[in-house]
Design a binder for this molecule. Structure first.
Ligand code: S3P
Length: 434
């Protein structure tokens, strides 16, 4: 297992091109696979998770070509239409990727063949009942370990449309139901009491499906004819946040992040940071394939910190690790509430955050659905041995926190960053001023 040492830094500065957005990459790949013809997807994420989606699609007889043009990953997917998938000879491996597993469960439920979907030890511990339950209402037949965990044995079935209200604010569950709705005759609707990221709706529309939103309800018509497209994926804001965090921790820092995805259902983190006093700038804002994209600039500033709770949490869910790790560097500290979902991510993120923040000398109160991290610890945080428990976002959040601590930190199992951001440490190193 690789380890990485992180020494304190004076500041960071530079211009950064981010990897393609992970959430959008999964969706474009899946919809291109269900479209008729050759789709070209540029700036596809190099994240291991997004490669897992491509691997699964290949096993379902979809044509997948991966090329790298001057560092710009392009994926060409040749689909044969909504009825074009074929049974895989072996089980499908989603690796560490919850999005791959939950979205593909929706797609595979409505096929004429059976599939087995599995994943790594972390993914096999994550709850799948949340997708099985609505899909069973549509007529799906899915066997799971203890009715909740992968491996999932999915028996392809004829599906009926449903009107479903999300029980957990989860874009993955919403997407699984909408994707299954493509194989049902009629209109499938999902009501989301709390707004979650809408990349599936945007991508469905882009590939030619009939999608409508009325208030909190989103609907899709079944059996569409999806058309192959040329699309470009914006940079991943959830990855950008680690660099924003570094600039905010280290006085004198200044960064420009190019071509960042700024979909309003994803960009709440920028509002939170601005509200805490961060000088976040946005320029060159434009639309691309239905998604917002722009350049984000940041300079160092002292942060107030504050409380995060309620409906905001669903829109910040992947950024909470970085925001929590900024806690000791803020004036008032950071309090995270209503976030029990963090316990069923790639690791129990509440426990792992509390453990590693304490290793660095921060004062943390752990609660069932969140944590409170005391502020004003700048200068008192110590370098420490960090155990991210195989969770990419933990490894990156603590690598950043370590830049402002006293003494060297060691990040165990540092290779896990490749789940969402291969090359993270190299890019970070290139921006550091010591
Ligand atoms: C994702 C949705 C979120 C997020 C995950 C990616 C997506 O999960 O945490 O990293 O691409 O739909 P939930 O839908 O389970 O909240």
């Amino acid at each position: 297992m690789a380890t990485k040492s992180v020494d304190p830094a004076r500041s960071i500065s530079g211009v950064i091109e981010l990897p393609g957005d992970k959430s959008i990459s999964h969706r474009y790949a899946i919809l291109a696979a269900l479209a008729r013809g050759r789709s070209e997807i540029s700036h596809y994420s190099a994240a291991a998770d997004c490669q897992s989606t491509l691997d699964c699609l290949e096993r379902l007889s979809v044509g997948v070509e991966r090329t790298d043009r001057n560092g710009n990953a392009e994926v060409v997917i040749t689909g044969a239409g909504v009825d074009g998938l074929r049974a895989a000879r072996r089980s499908l491996d989603a690796g560490n990727s919850g999005t791959t597993m939950r979205l593909l469960t929706g797609v595979l439920a409505g096929q004429h063949f059976n599939s087995i979907l599995t994943g790594d030890s972390s993914l096999r511990r994550r709850p799948m009942r949340r997708v099985i339950e609505p899909l069973e209402r549509m007529g799906a037949r899915i066997q799971a370990r203890h009715a909740n965990f992968a491996p999932l044995e999915i028996r392809g079935s004829a599906l009926q449309p449903i009107q479903y209200t999300l029980q957990v604010p989860s874009a993955q569950v919403k997407s699984a139901v909408l994707l299954a709705g493509l194989f049902a005759e009629g209109e499938t609707s999902v009501q989301e009491p709390v707004r979650t990221r809408d990349h599936t709706e945007v991508a469905l529309r882009e590939f030619g499906a009939d999608v409508r939103r009325a208030g909190t309800i989103v609907s899709v018509s079944g059996r569409p004819r999806l058309e192959a497209r040329q699309v470009r994926i914006p940079g991943d804001l959830s990855s950008a946040v680690f660099f924003l965090g570094a600039a905010l921790i280290l006085p004198g820092s200044s960064l420009l992040l190019h071509n960042v995805g700024l979909n309003p259902t994803r960009s709440a983190v920028l509002d939170v940071l601005s509200g805490w006093g961060a000088p976040v700038g946005i320029a060159a804002l434009r639309g691309e394939s239905g998604e917002m994209i722009g350049d984000v600039s940041i300079r160092h500033a002292d942060l107030s910190g504050g409380a995060l709770s309620g409906e905001l949490i669903a829109q910040l869910i992947d950024e909470l690790p970085m925001l929590a790790a900024l806690g000791p560097y803020t004036a008032q500290g950071v309090e995270v509430r209503d976030s029990a979902e963090l316990r069923v991510k790639e690791s129990d993120r509440i426990a792992v955050l509390a453990d590693n923040l304490r290793r660095m000398g921060a004062e943390v109160e752990e609660r069932f659905d969140g944590l409170r991290i005391e502020g004003r610890a700048r200068g008192r945080l110590q370098g420490a041995e960090i155990d991210p428990r195989g969770d990419h976002r933990m490894a990156m959040a603590f690598a950043i926190a370590a830049l402002g601590a006293q003494g060297r930190s060691i990040i165990r199992d540092s290779d896990c960053v490749a789940i969402s951001y291969p090359g993270f440490f190299e890019i970070l190193e290139g921006t550091i001023v010591r």
